[in-house]
Design a protein. Sequence first.
Length: 212
Amino acid sequence: MKRVSFLLIACMVLALVGVAQAEDKAPAGPLNFKVKDIDGKEVDLAKKYEGKVCLIVNVASKCGLTDDHYKKLAELDKKYKEKGLAILAFPANDFKEQEPGTNEEIKEFCTSKYGVDFDLFSKIAVTGDEKAPMYGYLTSEETNKKFAGDIKWNFTKFLVGKDGKVVARFEPKTMPDTEEVIKAIEDALAAEAGGSEWDDLNIGNLSGQAVL
């Protein structure tokens, strides 16, 4: 009897240790990943963007939303970059094959046509079985409950605060220069990382319907 009780206790302890280790390994935020930039170089997002406000966007070159988004994202970058905003663009070919080019072709398109100076990353998948781990985090209810949900189209935008937590999601229809996006960015820039100001910000899932 004592032996059985001991074995049960030992199993419970091992199970708790396993859960604790799993939680330790789970990413603490959407920036706790290493990815490759448009030139194929590895980037530790948490280190590079520490203390920054980040706007994460899945982009495409041949979408009806491409022209307006790239122009307005470039304007955002120019206006807020020195204030602490970083725009992270992730090309993805998930929707009607609207990002068919290579990384080199995408980079040339963005820089030559729109003068893009914000950070471009290597082509990834944001849906399906090949979904990039960072987008797995962003869309899962287990890790990003308030702003979870599948990516429905190109140019879905996630705003990440200085503390590395997602503070807003904007669907493709919501342009980067709309009042709600600008207010969310300015509020996030004004907040202290990890401070109580986050509880008072009027930021949320400010999303429009996806444009298909």
